[in-house]
Ligand binder design. Structure first.
Ligand code: ADE
Ligand code: ZN
Length: 350
């Protein structure tokens, strides 16, 4: 009986409708597509089995393979194909309904791929997926922390100039890369330029660095939400401020368990963040590169943390509330998610 309940519960967690706000396009490429694109473009990989390359213990090792995957995505059709497959995986494996998806412009443009090609290809894939699979997606360009500040600012300038190629799908600026040695204040100009250009703002912060980076992102850069944020638990005053201000945190169980050493998800910082009153939601970060998917993230995190259906519903709805959908779209999605979760809950035993 206990086994049957567990199976049902996994099914429930996979099937609850999801909005995801922290997922990197380049980290969603299927191993088979990575291999195929590498062969097509003559990029030599260190192994015949690309899934074997998706193996790392530190963020630096991870980012090196992330760069390798990025180097195989070159033509507009490559971006379109990988974006479509990425959304298809979210839908099939986790009932994904909406995603705000990061991509790293400079990892592509520094190899000579025009930003217009990147944006047009991603928009092609997003529109095809919306038509075929009824999943929606918007784009967030990420500043890469290891870039110099001038390169980040120039990236934002080019992005704003080329924005029409994304056909309305580009809505925000974020920031990723290894955090410890490259604090957010380095990129204040890039963020202010993006804000003046009408982009919404978020940033990876306190993933692997002190909680003061969260304050810098909110107060100096103007970020509206925080990606990761786990070290906030080390500073009760910053935690209280974020709780009282209703800041949303986009948390990623598996990726951080792997590269930051919280292998037992029942002790992952998400647990105390939620218990401390922070508004958290769940995401897959770099799903294929961490051998996971958005459905599995709900399964492993919610089971390890012992969450009941009400908590799971809250996590899903937080994804809608924290999104940058406009008010009407948000209300429609909130209503759809609630209705579908009601129906799923009604089918649960007991
Ligand atoms: N780039 C892709 N995923 C990332 C993560 N979790 N942290 C920092 N940079 C990233
Ligand atoms: Zn991330």
């Amino acid at each position: 009986m206990a086994g049957r309940l567990t199976v049902l519960r996994e099914d429930f967690l996979r099937r609850v409708p999801k909005a995801e706000l922290h997922c990197h396009f380049e980290g969603t490429v299927r191993p088979a597509t990575f291999k195929d694109l590498a062969e097509r473009h003559g990029v030599e990989l260190p192994s015949d089995d690309p899934a074997q390359l998706y193996d790392y213990n530190t963020i630096i090792e991870f980012l090196s393979i992330f760069g390798m995957v990025s180097s195989t995505i070159i033509d507009r059709d490559d971006f379109a194909r990988a974006a479509y497959e990425s959304l298809e995986d979210g839908v099939v494996l986790g009932n994904l309904r909406y995603r705000e998806m990061f991509f790293n412009p400079t990892l592509h443009t520094r190899r000579g791929v025009p930003i217009s090609t990147v944006l047009a290809g991603l928009a092609d894939g997003i529109e095809a997926a919306e038509q075929d699979l009824h999943v929606r997606c918007r784009l967030i360009a990420d500043v890469y922390r290891q870039d110099p500040p001038d390169a980040a600012r120039q990236m934002v300038e080019e992005l704003l100039d080329a924005r029409d190629h994304a056909r309305g799908h580009l809505i925000g600026l974020g920031m990723d890369g290894a955090e410890a040695d490259d604090p957010p204040e380095k990129f204040v100009d890039a963020f202010h330029l993006a804000r003046r250009g009408g982009l919404r703002l978020t940033s990876h912060a306190s993933e692997d660095a002190p909680p003061r980076n969260i304050v810098t992102c909110l107060d100096l850069l103007g970020c509206e939400r925080i990606d990761h944020g786990y070290h906030i638990l080390e500073d009760p005053a910053i935690l209280a401020r974020c709780r009282d201000d209703g800041i949303y945190f986009t948390c990623c169980p598996t990726s951080t368990a792997v590269v930051y050493g919280w292998p037992d998800l029942s002790h992952h910082p998400i647990k105390d963040m939620v218990a401390g009153g922070l508004r958290c939601m769940l995401n897959s970060d770099d799903p294929t590169m961490f051998h996971t998917d958005i459905g599995r993230e709900y399964v492993v995190a919610c089971q390890a943390l012992g969450y009941d259906a009400a908590k799971v519903r809250q996590l899903c709805l937080n994804g809608v509330e924290a999104s940058w959908l406009d008010g009407v779209d948000k209300a429609v999605m909130r209503q759809e998610l609630n209705a579908e979760i009601d129906a799923l809950q009604a089918s649960l035993p007991g």
